[in-house]
Ligand binder design. Structure first.
Ligand code: ZN
Ligand code: ZN
Length: 173
């Protein structure tokens, strides 16, 4: 989506609502190893701040990946919101270290690139199919979410269980 800034700035409106979907497209960013399920949803506003603009946007997207523990393919869903400040004169803003400004373009803001870059930076570092994912047996590789394995690893579990039972029995005595 392209935001026509000139029209907005010359209008009496203080904010411009933005929403839409970003379809699969060629991106200047390298997303070859990032299997995004298009479209990416976005929704938000652009506000006037004197001569500057503030873009406040919320994005929602999905991507194909696999669980870090059990390696099962899964679709991960992310919601992320971000703010971008556009300043007419960026040098004037250099003292305000807390906020990072982008130079306000003359005519248009190309939202697509901003959205894609936000998708890339908001991608979670870890993904689990569920908080209680048991993962794979470190010995035989069995997916322990499906069923317990019968390799040596299980004996350990049984042993621990037996010790636990003994503990209870001892307590009863
Ligand atoms: Zn898992
Ligand atoms: Zn095993």
């Amino acid at each position: 989506m392209i935001v026509r800034i000139k029209e907005f700035i010359s209008s009496p409106d203080q904010l411009m609502s933005i929403n839409g979907e970003l379809k699969d497209q060629k991106s200047s960013y390298d997303i070859d190893n990032f299997d995004i399920v298009f479209p990416i949803q976005y929704e938000g506003n652009i506000f006037k701040l004197d001569e500057d603009l503030l873009l406040d946007l919320c994005i929602k997207y999905k991507y194909n990946t696999q669980c870090d523990r059990c390696l099962v393919p899964m679709v991960s869903e992310v919601s992320s919101s971000f703010k971008i400040y556009f300043a007419k004169d960026i040098n004037e803003k250099e003292d305000e270290a807390t906020i990072e400004y982008i130079s306000l373009p003359e005519d248009d803001i190309f939202l697509d690139d901003l959205i894609i870059s936000q998708v890339i930076t908001s991608k979670p570092l870890k993904q689990l199919c569920g908080d209680d994912c048991e993962g794979l047996c470190p010995q035989c590789g069995q997916n322990l979410n499906e069923e317990p394995c019968d390799c040596g690893n299980k004996v350990d579990v049984d042993l621990r269980f037996e010790q636990l039972l003994n503990l209870f029995n001892n307590e009863e005595v």
